[in-house]
Design a protein around this ligand. Structure first.
Ligand code: AQP
Length: 353
């Protein structure tokens, strides 16, 4: 049977990139899953603290993220929804995997390089513009924790955005190496090398700088649409989106990033529209930029209004805190049970049971 695992950092309310690139796909996988498929969705707070976080904000964001996952349609009766830090086995397996993770491999990760402000093609030996003392070990070993998250549940499939594909490859190699070293003769693998499921919405771009990905940490709030934004706010943000002054609308990510991003957003928002739907493109071709932005805003509002309604309903409950705490408690308990099975086998194989 399949085991599907994915995670999201509690670093703010999810935006359209998180929604189209991850959350919408999680819901689809959940709703179409065979009865014997296990689904786990983790709010990865231990990953969030690899960069400095304000403790009060983090505590608030954790709650908001849990409410957001329920609001997009993740059902706690079907999927295991939990906080990573509620399952200590994540940190335990991370340590064990760290003892076999290659520093050279880790230093080639593009996410690490982007935090170091190194170009993608830099060698790990290049001088870094960031002081070595300011660099934290946790940020460097982030992919090992991510591998532990996945391998802990014998995960077979991981839905992620394109930016995470490299980390998934690392997790697979760690699993294969670990099995080879500690359980070469086992009938079933000790750790399961997972497959990546790439979302069709690979990269939703910033509304204000469409050459950058839409991101929770962008200092410009107008660069992203939050899944809880009102119709009015959605329209305002789209209105100020950066496009171009070329007549007509056509899809070309290279030369027309702003227009193409709006087209992509509409395409992914609406399940019925496929990439080859020429008629739909024809309708958009002649629109003024103002109408194009309005059309995009309408579509996004239509796609998000139920999510927004459910979010407000959850947060508006008198017992919202208790409701969320109880949901998290139950999810954590289920996750710990599964995690312990893997950790038990791993400890035994290592001789530390
Ligand atoms: N712009 C995006 N387009 C498509 N997918 C995206 N994802 C994030 N941004 C986009 C996908 O969302 C999932 C959860 O991501 P995360 O919480 O780990 O955050 P992130 O990838 O670091 O991006 P954020 O949301 O912009 O956060 P910050 O600014 O804090 O880094 C992943 O599956 C990711 O691929």
């Amino acid at each position: 049977p399949k085991v599907i695992f994915s995670g999201i950092q509690p670093t703010g309310i999810p935006h359209l990139g998180n929604y189209l690139g991850a959350l919408k796909q999680w819901v689809k996988l959940q709703d179409e899953a065979a009865p014997d498929t296990t689904l786990l969705f983790s709010i990865v707070d231990l990953h969030a603290i690899t960069i400095k976080q304000d403790p009060k904000a983090l505590a608030k964001w954790k709650k908001e993220m849990l409410a957001s996952l329920y609001a997009v349609g993740i059902k706690k009766e079907r999927s295991i929804v939990f906080f990573q830090s509620a399952v200590p086995q994540h940190a335990e397996l991370m340590w064990i995997l760290s003892c076999n993770a290659s520093m050279g491999y880790l230093s080639r990760m593009t996410q690490w390089k982007s935090k170091l402000a190194l170009p993608d093609n830099a060698s790990p030996l290049d001088p870094s513009p960031v002081s070595k003392a300011a660099l934290k070990l946790g940020l460097f070993s982030y992919p090992v924790l991510q591998a532990a998250d996945i391998l802990l549940y014998q995960t077979t499939h991981v839905p992620v955005g394109e930016d995470q594909a490299q980390h998934l490859e690392f997790a697979r190699e760690l699993a294969v190496g670990f099995n080879h070293m500690f359980a070469p003769d086992a009938k079933s693998p000790l750790l399961v090398p997972p497959q990546t499921i790439l979302s069709s919405a690979k990269r939703v771009m910033s509304l204000t700088t469409p050459t950058k990905k839409m991101s929770k940490s962008d200092p410009e709030p107008k660069s992203r649409i939050l899944i809880t934004d009102s119709n009015e706010v959605i329209h305002k943000k789209f209105k100020s989106a950066l496009t171009d002054s070329i007549d007509g609308n056509a899809y070309d990510r290279e030369s027309r990033p702003g227009v193409s991003n709006l087209i992509d957003i509409m395409r992914h928002m609406d399940e019925d529209i496929t990439g080859s739907d020429k008629e739909w493109m024809k309708e958009l071709e002649g629109l003024s930029k103002r109408s194009l932005k309005e059309t995009a805003a309408d579509r996004v509002n239509n796609g998000l209004k139920d999510v927004r309604g459910r979010y407000e309903e959850i947060m508006g409950r008198k017992d919202a805190d208790e409701f969320l705490e109880e949901g998290a408690r139950q999810g954590g308990e289920k996750a710990r049970k599964l995690a312990q099975q893997t950790i038990g086998k791993v400890r035994e194989a290592l001789g530390i049971a």
